[in-house]
Design a binder for this molecule. Sequence first.
Ligand code: TYD
Length: 241
Amino acid sequence: MDRTDKSSLIAFEGIDGAGKTTQVNLLVDFFKAAGEPVLQSKEPTDGPWGRKIRQSATKGRMSPAEELHAFVEDRKQHIRDTILPALSRGETVILDRYFYSTIAYQGSQGQNPDAVAAQMFDLALVPDVVFLIDVPPDVGVSRIQTGRGETPNAFEDVDHLRQVHKGFQDLARKYQNIVVIDGTRDIESVRRAIIRQLLEGILKLRYCAKAYGCDSPEYCAYRIAGSCRWARMCKHADLYP
Ligand code: TYD
């Protein structure tokens, strides 16, 4: 099974409480409203390995090695059964967490981040874009407590989140597909920043109707005829005239 040249893989990453799930939902709504095929998914998944991981966050933690193994098995199934089939159907796949979480979280738990990264790049599909929603660790923890009314679980202790936050920052410096988004702003500003990034980047590359790229959107025949997917998405985004 192969990806088509019209599909895109977009992942959201960040510490707990950064606002990933809110932004994933809003981005999926944007694709749906624009009539574009989209698949929303998350990790850990709701499959057997994902359930095991969630249980361990509330009732007694697995050993770091067992935990890494569980995330890897969960991801393999996810890629095989969900992500790759959707990409091969030409859909945009939007993920709430992916393998960068494994590097940042398990890398802050005694696993060597470079070794974990090598393993991840070996087994996983690399996303076209990763949005790293960035908030300081104390903001993340206070949003979990006040916003969701939850008691932070075993993954969410503030000192641990500081290390995870640093892990994500290191990744952002290393990999060009990671776009850091300031997650301390209001929800709508973050949403617009994400959509703008996509329209000016990967979506233009994939969907602009002109083979040599969009030069003058106002006078483009495809746009005027309504046959450019990129132009339709721009119109829907309400960010451009
Ligand atoms: P989270 O996105 O908070 O799931 P939900 O809110 O749906 O229960 O993920 C659960 C925790 O798992 C989160 O604290 C981060 C951690 N995690 C890892 O440690 N490694 C990983 O590879 C992934 C995907 C998540």
